[in-house]
Design a protein. Sequence first.
Length: 309
Amino acid sequence: MFEGNYVAVLCGGDGKEREVSLRSGKAVCDALNEAGFEAEMLDLKSLAEVDEVQDFEGAFIAMHGDWGEGGQLQQKLKEMRIPYTGSGPEASYRAMNKWASKNLFIENKIQTPEAILWPEDFNIIVEKLGSDIVVKPSTGGSTVGLSIIKNATPEKIEEAVKFSEENYYSGVIIEKYIEGRELTAAVWENNGKVEALPVIEIKPHEGFYDYKNKYTKGATEYIVPAKIEDVIAEGIKKMAVQAHKVLGCSGYSRSDFRVNSDGKIYILEVNTAPGMTSTSLVPKAANAMGISMSDFVAAIMKMASCDKI
């Protein structure tokens, strides 16, 4: 357990999610200070700047995407022996790499939409996945570079792939689109046990839950806890805990799901450094359990360690 007090809140980065990360960093820093820590925001614009963390006793990672969430930052902190929040280098990489995590879900019988890696012949795509598909980067988050295509054509797919590659250069996944409700569940390690927080339903007022709808106040309705059947809520929570464990995550994580009209649950991905802004989902879920933002981040900070896989 982390027993220090002087904490660097790492945020920023140089990727597409920089502005959101800075907002998460500010919210976390304020909450840690409210909880009694001496916390300072550290805007990292490159991995080389991580050396500045040596002046602190520990680090709270509020980075989103790229090297800040995908394992490189975690590996550096591990080598520096600086206790940090969240998952270790290998688990962070597995969660960030959506193809790697999808294959782990399949191996462990956690239901996830069928998918293939681009490039692939159009006829094979439609034969395997149907004509309604999702095109998204293999890494990254905040739905940056993601497109939903109805009645796919070769031209629509090529356009979506180009859009994806303009945002991230790590490969493209084409996934079967699951029509249904969008839900999410966070988990945290409470007294050594991985526990799920209340399930949240996400209902954008327009379009799908893209970057704009995620981070524009009032653009999306969040129902906490989600008004769903108990069996579905428990199924989602169970899958979120399973995914956290299968990927080897630590501290906390948030998993995203789709549930179709038959009540089948599909996991989409796991976030190891989820957003912590005023519109973010993890703080909303914690609050629904009566846990304040300051108490939640304090608990996460106390789990900080540099000995994680």
